[in-house]
Design a protein around this ligand. Structure first.
Ligand code: PXP
Length: 242
């Protein structure tokens, strides 16, 4: 299973003082050096963490694939077509949320997304949609022309963190069913949100034959403050190598 390291919160720390440190660009290079298979970053409409310049620089200096998370707006599409990340992951965005709260409602946005994605797909950028682990969302993702889905693991992570292991196992089953459905439709299957050093092993064990890649941000960056980023990435990779 591959690991995409989300470096947004390096930028969150920098923006807390509107200064130049810590540098998300430098952190992307260290994560790459430590073995990350991909750098993931979310350019939010309100620019609360990653800035346009970070994205431009990271695109230039990082050689592992870049996964740009963004809301499906015209502004973000223009940026994606100019920067050409390897992948765009569409996420829902609300200004008042602390982090991405739910998956994109592809079922509801089907007609809009079908048109929205045409130029992005034509430009050769892989399209992934961040969705709840539900068959209807997976089917709609296929219909609008996505290449992949990233299954939202937030609910699983919260249940595990609250020691509700039986419920967490049930959620893993939901992730598996949605993942298998996506695979059967020819979609690639990724997962992420809320994963940390405690709840990831059980998920990897349960889904290693279905999910190709995890995207992890907050926990790696948090532990980087304590251990340093290189060790934080290496320790995460170790627990995924089941
Ligand atoms: N995947 C997606 C689509 C996300 O929006 C996020 C959060 O930016 C993540 C993964 C990483 O989540 P976390 O920071 O909780 O690891």
């Amino acid at each position: 299973m591959r690991l995409g390291v989300n470096i947004d919160h390096v930028a969150t720390l920098r923006q807390a003082r509107r200064t130049f440190e810590p540098s998300p660009v430098y952190s992307a290079l260290i994560a790459q050096q430590a073995g990350a298979h991909q750098i993931t970053l979310h350019l939010r409409e309100d620019r609360r963490h990653i800035q346009d310049e970070d994205l431009e620089l990271i695109r230039k200096v990082v050689h592992v694939p870049i996964n740009l998370e963004m809301a499906p707006t015209e502004e973000m599409k223009k940026i994606a077509l100019r920067i050409k990340p390897n992948r765009v992951t569409l996420v829902p965005e609300r200004r008042e949320e602390i982090t991405t709260e739910g998956g994109l409602d592809v079922v509801k946005l089907k007609d809009f997304l079908r048109l929205y994605l045409i130029d992005i797909r034509d430009s050769g950028i892989e399209v992934s949609l961040f969705v709840e682990p539900e068959k209807a969302q997976v089917h709609a993702s296929k219909e609008v022309g996505a290449d992949a889905v990233e299954l939202h693991t937030g609910r699983y992570a919260n249940l595990f963190n609250r020691h509700l292991i039986k419920e967490a196992e049930e959620e893993l089953l939901r992730l598996r069913v949605a993942g298998e459905e996506a695979k059967s439709l020819g979609l690639r299957v990724y997962a992420g949100h809320g994963l940390n050093y405690k709840n990831t092993s059980m998920l990897v064990e349960a889904l290693k034959d279905v999910v190709e890649e995890l995207n992890v941000g907050h926990s790696i960056v948090s532990n980087a403050v304590i251990w340093g980023l290189e060790r934080a990435v290496k320790e995460f990779l170790k627990l995924m190598a089941i």
